[in-house]
Design a protein. Sequence first.
Length: 194
Amino acid sequence: MKKLCSQWAIFALTMFVNANGVLAQTPMNVVNKQAPTIETKKEIQIKELGWMDKNRMDQETTKINELTQTKLGTPLRRDLSDLSTLQRIVDKELVATDNFELQQAMGVVLGNVMLADFPNTLEWKIYEDELGRSRALCARKTNDCLFPVTMLSRRMEVGTKPNVRKIYDDALLRMEKHLPKLPYDGGIMYRLPR
């Protein structure tokens, strides 16, 4: 029996070497010595949200609203108080670091506050590029977009506790050139009361 096993092992090893030798000589494995071709980047496309996207975002907002009502006793209001509510979710660790679905739902809530602050400037869109398809908050008639859906999740998934208000303020400063201004260089004209 032992001799039969060792003969089988030699046979299998011989077949492996022969197979690799044959494969090494096939045209598919020949190293190409030509210069690599330059891949063309996919052009950025910004599209309207489809009804499935809108439905998904409504469901995500509902999940976070249910979480805040049951765990914090506070509903979402689509105003700046939602930033404090999101911060409480982060601080109390109500969403696990591996729960990407709820983390991204928190990002939708964050984006909805941005939209409430600048309803005539920002709008939810679908942003497609070589990396894929994302939901983004874009300045109207431009390719300048924010990606609030992942602003919190990328930080939370590595175990950090993001400062929601700072993320919100920093994101809006990146879009400052598109945001309405107060007269006499008075800064950004926010819609939501500060």
